[in-house]
Design a protein around this ligand. Sequence first.
Ligand SMILES: [Zn+2]
Length: 66
Amino acid sequence: MDREQAIQRFGQRIQRCSGCFVAFYLKDMWLAADGSFYCGNCKDDTMFHFDEFSRKIDISRLPGDA
Ligand SMILES: [Zn+2]
């Protein structure tokens, strides 16, 4: 699996927003400095969108299909 596939797969994970507790796909979420994820309604300007942070993290260290 190459990096692009790994990122796409990572983006398909369901994650609960730390603000409103609604579940979203990770690809539609923002990452806060403390490591929690927020949806488009709850994010603020200090957070990074998936498109951004997914390119910075070490995708090879993500757990597999879990
Ligand atoms: Zn939210």
